[in-house]
Ligand binder design. Structure first.
Ligand code: 26W
Length: 823
């Protein structure tokens, strides 16, 4: 018996089939004669969304009934990747839907590729937010992700003549099956203008902010399902819209174009994601974006809280607000403003609530990535917030003075305001530290460096605020969805408990010496490599040897991540073959992927160098195909899933002390790749978990880097004494990879030879020696497979479920709230 309701909620094969046909018909307006693969994709997506909406409503009701404390994850970026495959996985019906579609001659995996990935993030920080939403829902924690619905996500990267070119990412142009807009919850946000003080009827001193203009935020919700549970949380993203379709005053004054210009100002705010990763430019629009989404989100939190509790006195008992880096840290001043100016609370109570709501995660050690806004700009855009920040600072520094009388240097370092006169700056990290109850780094080493270096004064002031939360990644997307072959083998051997308890993978250790198991393990990697090889052939027209070692570096392009060091190794091997054609070199395929910030010239030049080396190496018959280099354009979440599954060697070679954590390093190892890496970020902990004997360590340690810097690092010392390195540099310099043009790569070479900020030369020999050990190890096929199995088996710690349960217990103080599913 089939009920109408089944088309929206049913999980049987028959119901699913009807649901897809129904959504094709009435959602897309097509039947199977007219439907394109995209229409089928939309019908599948809508059928999953229907099922999640039902659960979402029941989840929301349960959270209200139980007066649950809620986690609000504020992030300027959410790098979600495609939704549909993940929702099929988390609903547990991937195979069933695949079967149903096959019966109609349709291939699920091909249809899922029609989804335009929502790329609303730059890299690690945005993807971490996405993994954390998955774990929050899976752990049945009431949570909302708040961010910006950028009309254009991270740019699409093309390679033209070896150079990166950018194109806009029009991800919404064919519609978004996953979002639901809620115009009735639109929220007003003010900008500019001035403040006025007055005394209210009760004789209290009050401040009024008279803005220059206002903007509406319209919320768009996407359901976030947990794996194997009924909890469905939401990601709520704000779109900016003009608050006056046609500004009435301007219109009445006959200023039609002025009125339209005002509309354009408003809608610009959520237009585009800033494509910078790790460097800040003090752009006004970026501050507008940050304030816009934070104000909408806090007003939304307050609206719901008052509706439920009729008071704000217990706001901090029912909400934990996480700041994903300093990008949303204006929220501290905004919550103070809302509590004091709008809800008439006194300063002390408002400050108590604010400090107990917020916690702050720092994601970077690079000084150029710390946000500082010019006081001028700040005061023009947010006059009331600047007053509040000065007041917070005044009270804070009075306390500091009591504790460290006369220590003016310390007071200057702790101040929320930097500098004097015209170029004063607001230090957002200091604001975040003062306004939060907890401050965390994202790997053990990173947290230690925050305490000793970047945030040292805050640590000395309030050591109890500091806590480490090593990053994690979701095993649902990064193993179950991305590597079905390996997932099936694992489940066959140890059952499926690993999917929600990744420590279970330890049970694979017992098979590490089983020849049959090793054989299967290898065959799976081989099949994944063949899939990737086919992709490379299709996209780059390069034929790669699937018996070669797949040596992969995929991540944003940045000097500190040292893609250039990897290139130096490739050229070293090239020279060895050229010197001695019979030299026994392990065949390798070097795979690169990653975007450079559009204004980051050196990073773009490194992309050009990789492609130039590829052009020479791939076509040189004397290499007999032993070395291939492929730069895969437009690296994104979807592509990365395929890459991790096929990778054998994971390049994690940042200068020690620079990479806060890394998360790609975890995804590689989870999929059985071995790591060549420095003692940086989470590499340190990965090595501890998998065992030093199953990890290829190279390079200086952080203390060694500091020491070398202190005594005066001179790259020439390393260069002059290393003939292989000289040969590499000379080959680039003479134009061997640039058709004889000896100027093209000069900026790269000059920066290495005369500055080498990230110490590539200091680590060159260690890296080359370690790569030589990798080559030898790869030839011991059985032992390599053993190490690969042990890497996967020992990755339990790096599940985002572990990370999120720690945040829940030690930072947010929230408990799971199971949701019952009622038909
Ligand atoms: C304002 C410009 C800007 C934009 C983004 C500055 C800084 C950022 C992020 C903090 C950059 C980022 O993604 N950081 C990465 O965060 C990951 C998740 O914690 C870490 O694994 C990476 O090591 C860190 O680089």
């Amino acid at each position: 018996l089939v009920r109408v309701e089944d088309d929206r909620t049913g999980m049987s094969e028959q119901s699913l089939k009807r649901a897809i046909v129904d959504n094709l018909h009435y959602g897309q307006g097509k039947d199977n004669y007219f439907a394109t693969p995209y229409d089928y994709y939309m019908a599948i997506a809508r059928s999953m969304r229907d099922r999640l909406i039902k659960r979402r409503i029941q989840t929301a009701r349960t959270h209200i009934q139980e007066d649950s404390k809620v986690v609000y994850y504020l992030s300027a970026e959410f790098l979600m990747g495609r939704y549909t495959g993940n929702s099929l996985i988390n609903l547990g019906i991937y195979e069933r839907v695949r079967k149903v579609l096959r019966e109609s001659g349709l291939e699920l995996d091909d249809l899922l590729e029609k989804e335009h990935e929502p790329g609303l993030g730059n890299g690690g920080l945005g993807r971490l937010a996405a993994c954390y939403l998955d774990s929050l829902a899976t752990l049945e924690i009431p949570a909302v992700g708040y961010g910006i619905r950028y009309e254009f996500g991270i740019f699409e990267q093309e390679i033209r003549n070896g150079w990166q070119a950018e194109r806009p990412d029009k991800w919404l142009s064919f519609g978004n099956a996953w979002e639901v807009s809620l115009p009735e919850y639109r929220t007003e946000v003010k900008f500019g203008g001035h403040t006025e003080s007055y005394t209210d009827t009760k004789g209290r001193y009050q401040t009024n902010w008279i803005p220059e203009h206002t903007v509406f935020g319209i919320p768009y919700d996407t359901p976030i399902p947990g794996y194997g549970v009924n909890t469905v949380n939401i990601l709520r993203l704000w779109k900016a819209e003009s608050s006056n379709e046609f500004d009435l005053d301007a219109f009445n004054a006959g200023d039609y174009l002025g009125a339209v210009a005002n509309k354009m100002f408003s809608e610009n705010i959520s237009k585009v994601l800033y494509p910078n990763d790790d460097t800040v430019q003090g752009k006004e629009l970026r501050l507008e974006q940050q304030y816009f989404f934070v104000s909408c989100s806090l007003q939304d939190i307050i609206r719901r809280h008052i509706y439920h509790y009729n008071s704000l006195d217990n706001l901090h008992e029912k909400s934990a607000i996480q700041l994903n880096d300093t990008h949303p840290s204006i929220g501290i001043a905004e919550l103070m403003r809302l509590l004091i100016d709008v809800h008439q609370m006194d300063w002390e109570q408002a400050w108590h609530i604010t400090q107990n709501c917020f916690a702050y995660t720092n994601h970077t050690l690079l000084p150029e990535a710390l946000e500082r806004w010019s006081v001028n700009l700040f005061g023009r855009l947010l006059p009331r917030h600047l007053e509040i920040i000065y007041e917070i600072n005044f009270r804070f520094l009075s306390e500091v003075r009591k504790r460290y009388p006369g220590d003016n240097e310390r007071i200057a370092r702790l101040s929320l305001i930097e500098g004097e006169g015209a170029d004063k700056k607001v230090r957002m990290a200091n604001l975040a530290c003062v306004g939060s109850r907890k401050i965390n780094g994202v790997a053990a080493l990173h947290t230690k460096l925050l305490q000793q270096d970047v945030l040292r004064d805050f640590y000395e002031l309030a050591p109890e605020k500091f806590i480490n939360k090593t990053n994690g990644v979701t095993p649902r997307r990064w193993l179950l969805l991305g590597n079905p072959r390996l997932s099936n083998l694992i489940t066959e051997k140890i059952g499926e408990a690993w999917i929600t308890n990744l420590d279970e993978l330890r049970k694979l250790e017992q098979f590490a010496d089983d020849p049959q198991f090793r054989q299967t393990w290898r065959e799976i990697k081989q099949a994944n490599k063949q899939d990737l090889a086919a992709y490379i052939e299709r996209k780059n027209h390069i034929q790669v040897d699937t018996n070669s070692l797949f040596d992969v570096q995929v991540k944003r392009l940045h000097e500190y991540k040292r893609q250039l060091l990897n290139v130096l190794h490739i050229i070293t091997l090239y020279n060895r073959i050229k010197r001695n054609p019979n030299e026994d070199i392990l065949p390798r395929t070097f795979i690169f992927g990653g975007k450079a910030a559009p204004g980051y010239f050196i990073a773009k030049l490194i992309i050009k160098l990789i492609n130039s080396v590829a052009a020479v190496v791939n076509d040189d018959p004397s290499l007999e195909g032993r070395l291939k280099v492929a730069f895969l354009s437009n690296y994104n979440v979807s592509m990365s899933q395929q890459i991790y599954a096929a990778a054998e060697l994971s390049e994690q070679i940042s200068t020690a002390g620079k990479e806060a954590s890394g998360t790609g390093n975890m995804k590689f190892a989870l999929n059985g790749a071995l790591t060549i890496g420095t003692l940086d970020g989470a590499n340190v902990e990965i090595r501890e978990e998998v065992g030093a004997e199953n990890f290829f360590l190279c390079g200086l340690t952080t203390p060694e880097v500091y020491e070398l810097k202190a005594k005066g690092y001179n790259p020439q010392e390393y260069y002059q004494s290393n003939s292989e390195l000289q040969e590499v540099i000379r080959l680039i310099a003479c134009g061997h990879f640039s058709d004889g043009d000896s100027q093209l790569f000069r900026p790269l070479l000059d920066s290495l030879l005369y500055n080498d900020k990230y110490m590539l030369f200091a680590d060159y020999q260690s890296y080359i020696d370690t790569q030589d050990r990798v080559s030898q190890a790869y030839r011991q096929e059985d032992n390599w497979t053993r190490m690969s199995i042990l890497n996967t088996a020992r990755m339990g710690k790096f599940s985002s479920d572990r990370a999120i349960s720690e945040y829940c217990k030690e930072i947010w103080h929230v408990e799971p709230v199971p949701v019952e599913f009622k038909e």
